[in-house]
Design a protein around this ligand. Structure first.
Ligand code: MRU
Length: 353
């Protein structure tokens, strides 16, 4: 669907390198970064050049190809060096579980190939094939999420709200939450979308609005603190967001501010949908209290665009994610279908199977 939407690709492999659309520059500039080693990729993940849980997972899968190449270039002790580089990749951001999921899947594959007697070049080729498969699967999951999600919306017109960016930019395909909108638009639903700007890094204003406007979906950017008023005035048909990690009981970690939006949705009687692929579920965690929450630099709050906004004497607190309790979530939209409460059962049955 991303190709039909005519977006510049979020990430792709070319000339033995990973190419990333630099999301820190959007919407002003569409430029690519060429990544040839693991340290550079870790830096790009930390700085949000590439971001969004599934996109980070796809980038990390390609990153293991770079890790294999770097480990081979250093001579003896390939496996130890490869493992160390994989560990660095997996630690580059803590909350989105797709990152660890992709690295561990690729690491296991590399070990299996090496144990079967493949030489280092063959392991590298095998990892590249797998990374492409991870992205192809992500693309297919996005399409299926879009289909399942769109089937739950009104058929003629719908007003929706979203937070952060869970679109093509955040995945290897057409997105999770935004894929629902793209599928609804393709089915002829007239959409009106309100996108929270998403402080402090403005993924909603910069990225979601860029995507939706480019796709011809009417989008209105609002400041985060306007969500309650907009909900009361516009009576949206639903809030649709993505996720960075979903625990076994259905608690959802997503961009900071998602929890507040879910509380508002409950108060206003608006359905609250979370769209995510199975690679975002972490069934090793019983509930959301165990999800590690990334804290980011003070400068993101205190010096937006390099301009001082907070006096030196004041502290800041900058958690990048929050956890929405499962009981505020109307449904989880996955590629395997729409899950309903009680999530402990529906997740175990559909995702754990
Ligand atoms: O810090 P970011 O921009 O990586 O945070 C991204 C989000 O929180 C997204 O909503 C989430 O990853 C879902 S992406 C399909």
């Amino acid at each position: 669907m991303a190709a039909a939407l005519n977006f510049p690709p979020t990430l792709f492999w070319q000339d033995n390198s990973l190419r990333l659309l630099d999301q820190t520059l959007l919407p002003a500039q569409e430029a690519y970064v060429t990544v040839k080693d693991v340290a550079h990729l870790c830096d790009c993940i930390k700085r949000l050049v590439v971001r969004g849980a599934p996109a980070i997972g796809c980038a990390a899968a390609y990153g293991t190809v770079l890790a294999a190449r770097e480990a081979a270039a250093a001579g003896a002790g390939w496996r130890m060096r490869f493992d160390r580089l994989c560990d660095e990749l997996a630690a580059s951001r803590p909350t989105a579980v797709n990152l660890m999921w992709a690295v561990e899947r690729c690491r296991k594959h590399a070990h299996a190939l090496a144990e079967k007697g493949s030489d280092e070049a063959a392991v590298e080729r095998g990892l590249l094939d797998l990374a492409k498969r991870v992205q192809d699967e992500d693309r297919a999951m996005c399409e299926a999420i879009g289909r399942h999600g769109a089937s739950m919306l009104p058929k003629n017109k719908a007003v929706l709200m979203t937070h952060c960016n869970a679109g093509a930019l955040a995945t290897g395909g057409s997105g999770t939450a935004l894929s629902v909108m793209y599928a609804a638009q393709a089915a002829g639903v007239a959409l009106e979308v309100f996108a929270d700007e998403t402080r402090p890094l403005l993924q909603g204003a910069r990225l979601t609005a860029w995507e939706l406007a480019r796709a011809g979906i009417p989008v209105t950017v609002i400041c985060d603190n306007m969500a309650a008023s907009v909900m009361r005035a516009k009576k949206p048909d639903g809030v649709v967001v993505g996720a960075d990690r979903i625990a076994a009981n259905g608690d959802v970690a997503n961009k900071i501010g998602t929890y507040g939006l879910a509380v508002l949705a409950r108060h206003h009687g608006v359905p609250f949908y979370v769209a995510a692929p199975s690679s975002t579920f972490d069934l090793s965690l019983a509930d959301g209290s165990q999800i590690p929450i990334e804290e980011r630099a003070r400068a993101e709050i205190a010096q937006p665009n390099g301009v001082q906004a907070v006096p030196d004497g004041a502290a800041t607190f900058n958690p990048a994610f929050d956890v929405t309790p499962a009981d505020l979530v109307t449904a989880l939209i996955t590629e395997k279908g729409v899950l309903r409460p009680p999530y402990k059962d529906s997740i175990a049955k559909v995702i754990g199977a």
